[in-house]
Design a protein around this ligand. Structure first.
Ligand code: SMG
Ligand code: MG
Length: 369
């Protein structure tokens, strides 16, 4: 296909409850959507960069700029293109995986729609539903946390993930384990909030029978994670550290990643995410699909990705209503019996609610090829 036009759309969405992690609180989302028109039709992608560079170096204004200044012109210069070529064409530009992933998504969506096929069909998988986990933020008050967790248990989620940080770890985990009982899958995510000197402390989480501990140490500290993995009986899972196929392979080799969180935005796209999945499957390392508070665009694609056989743990693919009162898609993801249905619509699997999208659009910029 040939690229003809790029529309960069910024939308504003409020979260239904503030989402606090060890690095900050999200409440108002400023989301960049990319809409690509080609000679065979159009497609949409969602950039998962947050407003500020706290989760990773990327942020939404930076992603917007690198797309218009570098990524889009490079893709246009490549001429005839398939979605599978995008990552390779963009490889000379260092970093910016979330910006690259957004463009790849839009081009993949366009390509699939043009062929009247789905991402699910491209992956060639059989599963029609995937287990749904929910990520629960940090609160000022333990009672508020417990009430939130109870709500998600009642909502039928297949597993609970608690955000932790120094001062909010052993006690909330103990109380939540007591509330949900021994059989409900429970895991924690520290978003890099601890250091190597906390390894003894983190080992005290072992008594709560957690599925995994996600990214307790800084993203560069593969060795520290390997040291923790040797000491702790709770499996160590990496999120922020896994930025490429190479880092995934190395982290597994040195014993730093007993489980891998796969987020397409963090690794430069859905096709790179699939390759990391394949590597992990080959090495016998379980994976699960991470979440970046996506709208229905990213949520649909994530549900399809999680049908691959290595995704043996529930993903952060919760109902759209966990974060948003109203989604930008016509058929938002819901949870039934702890599972979300894999979308069947052509393309990445969503149809936009254009009227609502227009109502929440804060800016639109069009760049012709
Ligand atoms: O989309 O359900 C979701 C969010 C899941 O906790 C989640 N994501 O580190 O895994 C993570 C965080 C990153 C985003 S926090 C604003
Ligand atoms: Mg995480």
């Amino acid at each position: 296909m040939r690229l003809e036009r790029l529309e960069l759309r910024r939308i504003g969405l409020e979260l239904v409850v503030p989402f606090r992690t060890s690095f900050g609180t999200e409440l108002h989302r400023d989301i960049l959507l990319v809409h690509v028109t080609t000679d065979v039709g159009d497609g949409w992608g969602e950039c998962v960069a947050m407003s500020a560079p706290f989760y990773s170096p990327e942020f939404v204004d930076g992603a917007d700029l690198v797309i218009r200044r570098h990524l889009w012109p490079t893709l246009v210069a490549a001429g005839e293109l398939r979605a599978a070529d995008v990552a390779m064409v963009l490889e000379p530009i260092h970093g910016h995986p979330m910006a690259k992933a957004a463009l790849e998504m839009a081009i993949l969506d366009a390509e699939l729609r043009a062929n009247d096929s789905t991402f699910h069909q491209l992956l060639g998988t059989e599963r029609t539903t995937v287990p749904s986990g929910v990520s629960v933020g940090i609160f000022d008050d333990l009672d508020v946390l417990l009430a939130q967790v109870q709500g998600y248990v009642d909502g039928g989620y297949a597993r609970i993930k608690l955000k932790i940080e120094p001062g909010w770890d052993l006690e909330p985990v103990r109380l939540v384990r007591e509330l949900i009982g021994p059989d409900m899958p429970l895991q924690v995510d520290a978003n890099t909030a601890y250091g190597r000197t906390d390894i003894d402390h983190l080992c005290r989480l072992d008594e709560y029978d957690l599925l995994l501990i996600e990214q307790p140490l800084t993203e560069e500290d593969l060795l520290g994670h390997a040291q923790l993995a040797m000491r702790s009986s709770t499996p160590v899972c990496l999120d922020e550290s896994i930025v490429s196929l190479q880092t995934a392979a190395d982290a597994i080799d040195i014993g730093a990643a007993e489980i891998v969180n796969i987020k397409p935005g963090r690794v430069g796209g859905y096709l790179a995410a699939r390759r990391i999945h394949d590597l992990c499957l080959d090495r016998g390392v379980p994976v699960w699909c991470g979440g970046m508070v996506e709208t229905g665009i990213g949520r649909a694609a994530n549900a399809a990705l999680a049908t691959l056989p290595g995704f043996t743990l529930p993903g952060d693919i919760s109902a759209s209503s966990r974060f948003y009162a109203r989604d930008i898609v016509t058929d938002p993801i819901t949870v039934t019996d702890g599972e979300v249905a894999v979308p069947t619509a052509p393309g990445l699997g969503f149809d936009l609610d254009l009227e609502f999208l227009d109502a929440i659009t804060t800016s639109t910029d069009v760049i012709d090829a």
